[in-house]
Design a protein around this ligand. Structure first.
Ligand code: ZN
Length: 419
């Protein structure tokens, strides 16, 4: 063994156990392991596999100093970002993306799918900056790129060729935004055609709107089944689904499950952008993943945007997104709260078809220690990650706060809290 994590609780409720790590992988898990290596005490805290971000835009993060929003609508966010993109360089994309990527690492994320815009306005400058970033931070994060046409495909000549060039240069996923295209179904058809030609997965922005009119989710499910792409298609937002009655919602959940189409909930963006047509009783616009998961749909919770016109907040903390989702969707049962952690770990890894994931013997030692005794508490109390590692090497540590009481004691009681 190179390292033994001592006394950790695991997400399935088992433990405390010792987890032995050798050559970057989990070599043994037992109630007690003989320590012939460096010991890392877990003090009964929750050891989970590294958090998995399925949907984040590194290329357009941290641009609020260049944009002045007044409406807070989707159309305005696209318009302001398109204007800002004109001055993006690969170096600028790298510098801004790095801020958000480093914060994500510090919150325990070690795997990420990042959506990158390509179109004649930005060309491949954003792609190049993010690809460089992915290479430089491979010590802490597995990053995969998803190229997509933010400003439309069929209405934006030249975009198609750039999507294909992105795939040729190593993007592993193709995305879409049908609701911003002059021909939504035409865009969906073309994206499926490219995906089949290049044998890549699909991750679409889908059905973002303030009414249930014009939803495309059933069409995407039909195409997925037609081409045998089940398990390889994800859709993000689907805020329109949050507006339909339970009987229709249940039917859509069954259709998604049968087709093998996964759903990503993006609570921060959906809460910010949706419901702008209401001046009171504003709908939340956040789809309820609990019902979808119960129907057998793979679901993840993700960040989407950080500090830009689509979401003028954020710190790339996935656990905060899980907590926000739980609060907004009124999740209370401990098993459902634990499910919110699954949606940023195991379920998110399944959505990405990530091989070798989990706290099991033989898996890579990509781990994070959360300052909580179990999954439900971690989500409810927004547990802080104490450290994270990739392939058995520590990538960050985050000490607990130390209090400084008046009587001069050191605050050791808080520091040494054991679960
Ligand atoms: Zn997005």
């Amino acid at each position: 063994m190179d390292l033994v994590v001592q006394g950790a609780r695991l997400p399935d409720g088992s433990g405390p156990v010792d987890v032995g790590i050798a050559a970057g992988r989990i070599a043994a898990i037992a109630a007690t392991l003989p320590v012939d290596a460096r010991a890392l005490p877990a003090d009964g805290c929750l050891l989970t596999p590294g958090l998995v971000e399925t949907h984040v835009h590194l290329d357009k993060t941290c641009i609020l100093d260049r944009c002045t929003a007044s409406e807070g609508s989707v159309a305005e966010a696209v318009r302001l970002t398109a204007a800002a993109k004109a001055s993006f360089t690969p170096e600028d994309v790298y510098a801004r993306g790095r801020r958000t990527l480093e914060r994500a690492i510090g919150w325990g994320t070690s795997r990420m799918r990042t959506h990158v815009e390509v179109d004649p306005g930005i060309g491949l400058r954003g792609f190049e900056g993010v690809q460089h970033l992915a290479r430089d931070y491979a010590w802490a994060m597995d990053v995969e790129l998803c190229v997509f046409p933010q400003e439309g495909l069929l209405n934006n000549p030249g975009t198609d060729e750039l999507l294909v060039e992105g795939l040729r240069r190593g993007a592993r996923v193709i995305g879409a935004v049908p609701y911003l295209d002059s021909d939504p179904r035409g865009q969906i058809d073309r994206i499926f055609a490219i995906a089949r030609e290049w044998d890549v997965d699909i991750d679409m922005h889908l059905d973002m709107g303030d009414t249930p009119d014009g939803m495309q989710v059933e069409y995407v499910c039909r195409k997925t089944e037609q081409y045998g792409w089940g398990g390889r298609v994800a859709v993000g937002h689907v805020t329109q689904m949050s507006l339909v009655r339970p009987i229709r919602f249940a039917a859509l959940a069954a259709t998604l499950a049968r087709a093998g189409v996964a759903v990503t909930v993006l609570p921060a963006t959906d809460l910010y952008l949706m419901g702008r047509t209401h001046d009171h009783a504003v709908p939340r616009g956040v789809v309820n993943a609990g019902t979808l998961r119960a129907a057998g749909v793979t679901c993840s919770i993700a960040t989407n945007n950080v500090m830009n016109p689509f979401t003028p907040y954020g710190d790339a903390n996935l656990l905060r997104m899980a907590n926000l989702y739980a609060n907004v969707c009124q999740v209370a049962r401990p098993d459902e709260l634990a499910g919110c952690l699954h949606m940023i770990t195991t379920d998110a890894a399944r959505l990405l078809r990530a091989p070798d994931y989990g706290v099991r013997v033989g898996m890579p030692a990509d781990l994070v220690l959360l300052d909580a005794p179990d999954a439900a508490s971690a989500v409810a109390e927004l547990a802080q990650p104490l450290w994270g590692m990739k392939a058995g090497r520590l990538t960050f540590t985050r000490p607990r706060p130390t209090l400084h009481p008046l009587d001069g004691r050191t605050g050791a009681g808080l520091r040494q809290q054991k679960w």
